[in-house]
Design a protein around this ligand. Structure first.
Ligand code: PRP
Ligand code: MN
Ligand code: MG
Length: 179
């Protein structure tokens, strides 16, 4: 375990088992449909990469990069698009992949945006959910784990861009982000 990590919430093996389970569920539910999987950079990178490998059919992949204004203080819920999708999603079955839902503002904005672009369907897969922090009503269609309101890092999740490459999901020691 990294010295800045206080506790491991989900080991690499536990994450892999959950991702496999979600992949199998998604495979069953999208049987006979063409799926476009959209990863939200950067946090979703690990989950996206592992999840698509567990989906037992051909999918297309695309990515968006967004930055949320006012993440720390009061937020308007407006999200700035840093990188948009490469292609039109009109008529497509879309699955948004996120690492974590916190206030819900990012996902709420993205889901509305993709629905407005006339996707056939827009669903959400999130590895982690922090329901205590929610500011808008939104919940994932496919969820890995609910987590308590702690500073969580690893498996894509960062603090100041660090710790994304930890293979597990853990809680950061308070002295690391308080210093
Ligand atoms: C994090 C996380 C989600 C979003 C969730 O991304 O990856 O995308 O915040 O927060 P919300 O529910 O309160 O909107 P972040 O903006 O930190 O960018 P990153 O993915 O590049 O780390
Ligand atoms: Mn993110
Ligand atoms: Mg982040």
């Amino acid at each position: 375990m990294h010295t800045d990590v206080q506790e491991i919430l989900f080991t690499e093996e536990e994450v892999a088992a959950k991702v496999r389970e979600l992949g199998e569920l998604i495979t069953r539910e999208y049987q006979g449909k063409e799926l476009l999987v959209i990863g939200i950079l950067k946090g979703a990178a690990m989950f996206m990469g592992d999840l698509v490998k567990r989906i037992g059919m051909v999918v297309e992949m695309d990515f968006m990069a967004v930055s949320s204004y006012g993440k720390s203080s009061e937020s308007s819920g407006v999200v700035r698009i840093i990188k948009d999708l490469d292609k039109s999603i009109e008529g497509r079955h879309v699955l948004i992949v996120e690492d974590i839902i916190d206030t819900g503002l990012t996902l709420h904005y993205l889901k509305n945006l993709l629905e407005q672009r006339n996707a056939a369907s827009v669903k959400v897969a999130a590895l982690l959910d922090k329901p205590e922090r929610r500011q808008v009503e939104i919940s994932p269609d496919y969820l890995g784990f609910s987590v308590p309101d702690h500073f969580i890092v690893g498996y894509g999740l960062d603090f100041a861009e660090r710790y994304r490459n930890l293979p597990y999901v853990g809680v950061l020691k308070p002295e690391v982000y308080q210093s």
